[in-house]
Design a protein around this ligand. Sequence first.
Ligand code: DP6
Length: 359
Amino acid sequence: MASDSSKPVYRATTTAPVNIAVIKYWGKRDVTLNLPTNPSLSVTLSQRSLRTLTTASCSAKFPKDDTLSLNGKPQDISSSKRTLACLSNLRSLRQQLEAADSSLPKLSVLSLRIVSENNFPTAAGLASSAAGFAALVRAVADLYQLPQSATELSRIARQGSGSACRSLMGGYVAWRSGDLADGSDSLAEEVAPASHWPEMRALILVVSAEKKDVPSTEGMQTTVGTSELFARRVESVVPERMAAIEAAIRDRDFPKFAEITMRDSNTFHATCLDSWPPIFYMNDVSRAAVRLVHDINSAVGRTVCAYTFDAGPNAVIYYEEKDSALVAGTAKAILGSNTEGWGGPFYETLANVTAPGVE
Ligand code: DP6
């Protein structure tokens, strides 16, 4: 708290990590509450390479309306239902604290100023909305000194952006889709801590730092409404894969983890292609990365690396630390020298390291 006058400024700062799903969230059963059609599972990446840094402050001396700036640009939050939903949920939790303890300052009535900055391209398929909303929720929760756990806060972050609920924790994180219509059981939980499998690494190949053609919210609703493959993915493919990948993580079985990851990325992009009109997120450079991963695995004679692609052309390659020189070295040498269509840069990162604010 900075108390330079009778109207103090209260402030909290945090960082939040990016997460990259290995079982993809794609499809909403409730657009307003942001409830998914299927569960998903991700690995939280190190904040040393990719993170959102957010400061939330509130004061009686701030203008009446809440404000948000992202990478130095003011954002219009009055038209962002998702941001408003997160802030109103967080405010009501603060109000409950204030109602229970009258000695607490009435922060819930003060306007908020939120300043956020990414150290990586925004909206380029690098999960910027995940880190962004996780940092926003964590920063305001810290400012309000809320006692809620990360899992409880994940319900709020989910309403900002579905994948954001998985960025409130480190390690291997599942988003349980839940059954209830009010979304109260649609939340994220850590299936294994970072320390369980610390050898995991991720190489992010930024094929393009441009904004994606079809934003994920719009793309997934086109898929839900038009793809024939989609129903099968939701009904049987994903539930089986969730169980299998949780077992692979439990057993630290990289070949199994890798095959499920690659197959799920492929199935997700197949449902995009099966949408009407079809949606293309991967490009020729992405496909070169797919081929390279299969080539490395077959040349070595065991599965040492796995690719996955979100709603954009950038590749994320998972591998274990012991195979770092082989996988990251080969990928950089081969793909990095292919200047056609290459946008660079590479981020080589520890996977599964941190929860918000930790690194
Ligand atoms: C392909 O979380 O960005 O990255 O809930 O509409 O904000 P909204 O979608 P978002 O979708 C992410 C989709 C994905 C897969 C994943 O992260 O699981």
